[in-house]
Design a protein around this ligand. Structure first.
Ligand code: NAD
Ligand code: LMR
Length: 329
């Protein structure tokens, strides 16, 4: 039986994450080895030519699953019929720019994109926002799409989750595949909280295996939370291949589900769980099945975790107030 191709829209397609992402989507890593895809690339007008170059290279790979590529600088065209949208293109923070300026500049991108998704995407649209500030950009896009169920707008904290897995495996001399139930809480920013208190390493409680609160507070948490800045410092550019990899992981898990006994981390609209104000797009532990995700309920939050979750959520609430003040939501 021939399957109908899934329409995947990628914004910022000519950027560095786009370049690391598109080839993996086209080769079946996003949705599965038997799912054909149409790619829709959205770029700003000056970058269309570069996007065309990438499309030529995609053609030259002769990927059996890639059924079509369209390039546009019009969100209304690029999101038409989209089943999956990866919002990667964003306005980076430049010298002298205040946080409010950054939020405003990104509002100018994510508000019209949210409206275009609302008006033109397929009914089953799933949105992942990668462009920073990812959680609040997702909130802006979601607010501009009142006809799309709010839970379809998500923000990427899977890179933070993967970073935490890797750091924990190194510390404990184990493999990342031995580690389950790790959680990133809060914002994709330096306030995020990677939580190992419910995690397991080869079936044992991770915090007990580590048994080193100093390492947890002074090494693990800051290393994970500030990893993005460390990559920028080392590479002279922000993470790209690892970010693209995490975007693939995020959507793959959302569509194909979490493994039994495990969960992942996603920035999703809060339903009020764990004291996170309703509507904020915050990272939670989630399981996924049949294309839907759910927040893992009933975890006991100790004092150490509570203070850190609250600090990151406070930052998200402040970002929401700022974009509200700018009339973006
Ligand atoms: P980049 O500058 O290489 O590429 C961004 C691309 O977006 C450019 O080609 C630009 O032309 C395009 N663009 C800008 N405005 C657009 C618009 N309105 N519509 C469509 N395209 C538009 O940047 P990058 O390295 O690919 O990173 C992209 C974003 O991802 C940045 O905001 C970065 O901070 C963020 N990021 C997030 C995470 C995460 O974990 N959430 C990790 C790494 C990077
Ligand atoms: C990352 O976590 O690598 C990025 O979000 C950093 C950035 O500021 O682009």
């Amino acid at each position: 039986m021939t399957r109908t191709p899934v329409n995947v829209t990628v914004t910022g397609a000519a950027g560095q994450i786009g370049y690391a992402l598109l080839f993996r989507i086209a080769s079946g890593h996003l949705l599965g080895p038997d799912v054909p895809v149409n790619l829709r690339l959205l770029e700003i007008t000056p970058a269309l030519k570069a996007a065309e170059g990438t499309a030529m290279e995609l053609d030259d790979c002769a990927f059996p699953l890639l059924k079509g590529i369209e390039i546009s600088d019009d969100p209304n065209v690029a999101f038409a019929g989209a089943n999956v949208a990866l919002l990667v293109g964003a306005r980076p923070r430049t010298k002298g720019m205040e946080r409010g300026d950054l939020l405003e500049a990104n509002g100018g991108i994510f508000k019209p994109q949210g409206k275009a998704i609302n008006d033109h995407a397929a009914d089953d649209i799933k949105v992942l926002v990668v462009g920073n500030p990812a959680n609040t950009n997702a909130l802006i896009a979601q607010a501009a799409a009142p006809d799309v169920p709010a839970e379809r707008f998500t923000a990427m904290t899977r890179l933070d989750h993967n970073r935490a897995l890797s750091q924990l495996a190194k510390k404990t001399g184990t493999s990342v595949s031995d580690i389950k139930r790790l959680t990133i809480w809060g914002n994709h920013s330096a306030t995020q909280y990677p939580d190992i208190f419910h995690a397991e390493i080869a079936g044992k409680n991770a915090a007990e295996v580590v048994n080193d609160e100093k390492w947890l507070g002074e090494t693990f948490i800051p290393t994970v939370a500030k990893r993005g800045a460390a990559i920028i410092e080392a590479r002279g550019a922000s993470s790209a291949a690892s970010a693209a990899n995490a975007a693939i992981d995020h959507v793959h898990t959302w569509v194909n589900g979490t493994a039994a006994g495990d969960w992942t981390s996603m920035g999703i609209p809060s339903d009020g769980s764990y004291g996170v104000p309703e509507g904020l797009i915050s990272s939670f532990p989630v399981t996924a099945k049949d294309g839907k995700y759910e927040i893992v309920q009933g975890l006991e939050i100790n004092e150490f975790s509570r203070a850190r979750i609250d600090a990151s959520v406070k930052e998200l609430a402040e970002e929401r107030e700022a974009v509200r003040g700018l009339g973006l939501i």
